[in-house]
Ligand binder design. Sequence first.
Ligand SMILES: *[C@@H]1O[C@H](CO)[C@@H](O)[C@H](O)[C@H]1NC(C)=O
Ligand SMILES: *[C@@H]1O[C@H](CO)[C@@H](O)[C@H](O)[C@H]1NC(C)=O
Ligand SMILES: [Mg+2]
Length: 256
Amino acid sequence: MGSSYLILMLTITTAVASPVNNQIHFLTPHSGSADHKHPYLDCLSWRVAVEANNLRDWTHIPESCVDYVGHYMLGKQYRKDCDIVAAEAYKYAKGLNISGDGKDVWVFDIDETTLSNIPYFARDDVAFGFVPMYWTKFSQWAEKNVAPAIPGSLKLYKKLVNLGFKIVFITGSREASRQPRIRNLKAVGYTQWMKLILRGDNDQSNAVAYKSGKRKEIEEAGYKIRGNMSDQWSDLLGNNPGDRTFKMPDPMYYVA
Ligand SMILES: *[C@@H]1O[C@H](CO)[C@@H](O)[C@H](O)[C@H]1NC(C)=O
Ligand SMILES: *[C@@H]1O[C@H](CO)[C@@H](O)[C@H](O)[C@H]1NC(C)=O
Ligand SMILES: [Mg+2]
């Protein structure tokens, strides 16, 4: 068990070109699964329900599934689930045969879509807990801006740039963190974009209203949003639902 984590950790830390040593710690072991023959069956159902947006407004991973989610996030399955989204997105984007007039936009969310906060969630003092009392800790990690890239998304990003798409990043992070976020994106390989939209420091609207408002502005400026990619349904719903959306996996937290 320990050594398989070590291998995963090495895979994660070496696969990303982060300037920082993203040490991923061992998970705190959790017990309490009801069915010992198929200990993760209920948790798999939970995760599928989360990804399909059938389960909403959840505030934390069920206690008995924390260990499952930890293994999922650190293991190969999460990577594969990201890769298939990226592969489908590329197939779709390529098939659009865009003219290259510079008007075709691809929107990416940042956290858990292009950058990963796994190094934070896997810390042994967090252990995939995402309860309100951890917000402070999360902000402290986020302020460091040393998140690694999600490998499948970075590959997709580069291919989209080559196809001639204009990249727009929209994040719920506040305007105050613009420079550090730019440094983080660039450090891991996201080197260019048309727009990086952050949330105004005093903007109190909810995520759907905020992000769909921003996308509307892009369309009003004459651009076509051809693809939207995010780990949160709240980013993919709302006004102006466009050509296609791509949902990245995220069983760690839910943003309304
Ligand atoms: C893009 O080009 C390919 C190959 O020419 C063609 O098969 C496909 O239908 C085109 N797609 C669109 C959306 O026009
Ligand atoms: C993405 O969402 C925004 C607003 O919800 C919309 O303007 C845009 O057309 C969407 N694009 C796709 C491909 O879903
Ligand atoms: Mg996100």
